[in-house]
Design a protein around this ligand. Structure first.
Ligand code: ZN
Ligand code: ZN
Length: 239
């Protein structure tokens, strides 16, 4: 009796750990991408120069203005699109998870779906931690966190592709080095907008499109710029 109950407790503990551990996730939110589109879709994009939109940077909740300035500057220096800074969207309870212990986490998937646009590219910056709903193979739903940003990633960029990105400073903030925080945030916004322009993750560890897998060290090792392949894919959008 004692043995089976302690075994049950052990299994419960393991299950609890499995669903409560932060998950290090890939940040491009996209449907499954066929292999032949992973390599190069530059020809498709080149034929559609009219796809250029404005980038609209919006603070989500109480966000330091310096983060917004840094994000807007990096986007302006990288992309050939006007960058507009909007007033902040006040903290809304319905943007957060309601589950106990998760109330401080913003539901990033919800933000992307609520604000997605085919006319502009909305980019949200928040100081709150972000999380997403994730469905496991066994059908179980869980709240996955440990992510730095999330960006809608169309398989092929078309006029009707929905765009939206969100970046959180929560996991990249370095109290002792404001400069490190700046560089990480700028890489993260350039990366998420790269997804919005249909770029997948890149195998080149030095490319800004590398999958950080939630590890800040992977962001630190990457440059703020695109590798040759990624540059070639979205060159119409780069300064
Ligand atoms: Zn990503
Ligand atoms: Zn690359």
């Amino acid at each position: 009796m004692k043995n089976s109950s302690s075994k049950a407790t052990r299994i419960n503990n393991i299950l609890y750990l499995l669903i409560s551990l932060p998950l290090w996730l890939s940040c491009g939110e996209s449907p499954n991408r066929p292999d032949n589109l992973q390599k190069d879709n530059s020809k498709i994009i080149e034929k559609r120069p009219h796809l250029k939109r404005s980038l609209v940077v919006t603070p989500l909740g109480s966000t330091s203005p310096i983060y917004i300035q840094w994000a807007a500057k990096a986007l302006n220096e990288t992309y050939k699109m006007p960058v507009i800074v909007e007033n902040s969207i006040p903290n809304r309870p319905d943007h957060h998870y309601t589950q106990e212990g998760k109330e401080n986490k913003v539901n990033a998937s919800k933000i992307l779906n609520e604000f997605k646009s085919t006319k502009v590219i909305p980019v949200f910056i928040t100081e709150a931690d972000i999380a997403i709903d994730k469905k496991l193979k066994n059908g179980k739903q869980l709240i996955a966190y440990g992510i730095i940003g999330l960006g809608k990633q169309p398989i092929v960029l078309t006029r009707m592709s929905n765009s939206c990105a969100i970046v959180s400073t929560y996991r990249i903030k370095k109290i002792k080095s404001i400069e490190t925080t700046r560089v990480r945030l700028q890489k993260a916004v350039v990366h998420e907008v790269g997804h919005n322009l249909s770029l997948p993750h890149c195998n080149n560890q030095r490319c800004v499109m590398v999958d950080a897998k939630g590890k800040v060290s992977n962001i630190d090792n990457a440059k703020k710029s695109f590798c040759k392949n990624c540059t070639n894919t979205i060159k119409e959008y780069l300064k």
